[in-house]
Design a protein around this ligand. Sequence first.
Ligand code: SAH
Length: 364
Amino acid sequence: MSIKNILQKDNFTRDDIIALLSADNPADIELIRNKAEQILLDRCGSKVFYRGLIEFSNGCVCDCHYCGIRKSNHTVKRFMLTKEEIISAAKWCADKGYGSVVLQSGERNDPAFVDFVEDAIMQIKNATISQNLPKGVGITLSIGEQSLKTCERFFKAGAHRYLLRIETSSPKLFNSIHSSTQNLQSRINAIKNLKQANFQAGTGVMIGLPGQTSNDLADDILLFKELDVDMIGMGPYIPHKDTPMNIHSEYFNLNKDKIFQTSLLMIAVCRLVLKDVNIASTTALQAIRDDGREMGLRYGANVMMPQVTPVNVRRDYLLYEGKPCLDESSEELRQGLDLRIRSLGRQVAIDEWGDSKHYKNNKG
Ligand code: SAH
């Protein structure tokens, strides 16, 4: 069946999804992009929602083979922002009209860490309540797998969205890029905990992992659907020199353009299949191409996560090499992004949480 015919359907089979993800002629790719953009505009509107990204600590108990801040990378200088620094970054976001922040860090599950995060959430809420934001900024967490009890504490403290990528839906591929203490089923259970604790749950995968096929990517999308998640964040896998997976850096260098294009197609096909979820256009896209994040918006994304991590620690939070935006101030980054978004004919939402329509539609 031609791409044009597949796009006329409302529901896609696994084979349809594989065909869409494998599209490689520019005319077909443009048909897919255009349809994804149409669905985005119909179902979610044209607004782009900012989440100020606060990378508050690089301490991590995990040893993911791809990640620059993995536990065994002893070249990393470990840091943890103070609560004052975190709150000041969140207040900056609120003042600039960003309706939400993301608190991201390496994974830790010890009581001191959980207490710290819980208290930071409450303090951010208190510090950002205003006439424009009567309930303070929306808070998304991205701090790894946590128990149901911990999720419930974080939700009660005031966080209401949580990102936890499955990284890949293939158990074999998952095991090949993680240490033996991690497994896909426990990731999936953690996502279920988030939903049970009432969080809007987000997940996602890395694209271009060595050995990953279009079939794997199609299964990723089908798993997102089965888990009934509200948000998606995906990006290309990019090597980091101090990680075991750096042995594949040649593969990345040779296939960069293709990986970039597949990442955009993943955004578009997620939009076609999942329709009313929030989809982030991630920084990793910009690590491959300067206009990567705008391209993500054109392929159906509606969320951006501008960095608001203090500049003095940004270099210590390198998940991958070539991470952009290391030196520009939060203000410079904001102005640049605003311009880029307006040039696409889209608007930046001001003082809105920008919750996933999918979550709202599901809850009635
Ligand atoms: N500790 C949190 C946050 C991790 S960082 C957690 O486990 O959820 C967020 C995401 O960055 C990860 O889920 C992973 O998909 C991505 N990431 C890590 N290393 C990467 C790399 N080398 N290239 C691209 N993305 C990477």
